[in-house]
Design a protein around this ligand. Sequence first.
Ligand code: EPS
Length: 382
Amino acid sequence: MLRYWTAGESHGKALLALVDGFPAGMPIDTAMIDRELQLRQGGYGRGGRQKLEQDHVDILTGVWQGTSLGSPITLQVINNDYKLERLKELERPRPGHADLTGAIKYLGSIRGVLERSSARETAVRVAAGALARQLLSHFGIETIGYVLELGAMPIGRGETFGGTIAAARELRDSSSIYAVDPSRDKEAEQYIDRMADEGDTLGGIIEVRVDGLPFGLGTHAQWDRKLDGKLAQAVMAVQAIKGVEIGMGFEAARRPGSQVHDPIHYDPLQAETANLGYVRPTNNAGGLEGGMTNGQSLILRAAKKPISTLRKPLDSIRMEDKQSHRASYERSDVCAISAAAIIVEHVVAFEIAAALVDKFGGDSLVEMKARYELFQQMARKH
Ligand code: EPS
């Protein structure tokens, strides 16, 4: 079973991810992980913290001579802005954050909650996901995440579905807000600037696409092993995400079945590809049927609420005497939707890798590959 946990506070010494069940025998590219960490720090509208940090992964355990050992892998990202011991309590909880609820639940301080609930923790989720993506690449599985809508501004839906992930990645990486249509960047930047001037913040919608998925990751047989359920949990557990949809998502509820379900055709010329020749003229299911991958691309969207910390704060109270006051303000971002595109891509990648390990075994990469090939051969003959 491939899984991970994280530890660390936003202004503590470091963030850690412990990845358990990663197969042995895979060479690990730390420069690739660092590139994704840097992407997570970018995107137009980020706050002052990212100028202080230069996120970089150190692998503390589970690797020998650059290759995974099959033992737990610990990933560390150091916080340059370590100052936890000097930080004071926040007196007025910020609406939208975990501040009020966490302080009451733990009968403790707001500081003790916000330090862990901060989205800074996603740095090590991206590191774990980048490691997972390296495993996926041995099976021809590729991922991308990009911004689809910024606040009330739609940027572009679906243009990249026909193109390759490499082409979409090139476009995204040339966009200041990580959209696959960089021609909208200026307009998007002005929108974010306007919100910043008004002391306000913005959210948006991101889309993740995964290509090269084999049939049969996840299972219909038990509710807690359905891959759509696992993906929804992983994505909903990213800070500020309030909704997830797969394929046509909520729109499918508004249409008759004949306009929703994807017909099945067979093309022997495609039998050697991930779809095994089973061609679907549409992909409204978003690559999942019965909680299992169906040989099509996975399409998942996530809605992110605007950053909760407002420079023009909302009403709150002072914890000490419950009198009305404006909420506290702590340094924050105006818009982190671009970072969210990278984060959601990586949490999705990790769940796909975990499902791949479930199906093909997790002791060593070489054994996984042999079992993958055998399954593909048997499935082609089925
Ligand atoms: C973040 C680091 C944080 C915030 C942001 C995300 O750093 P600091 O609190 O020191 O400015 O900028 O966190 C939030 C806005 C949040 O709501 O959690 C990061 O590295 O992503």
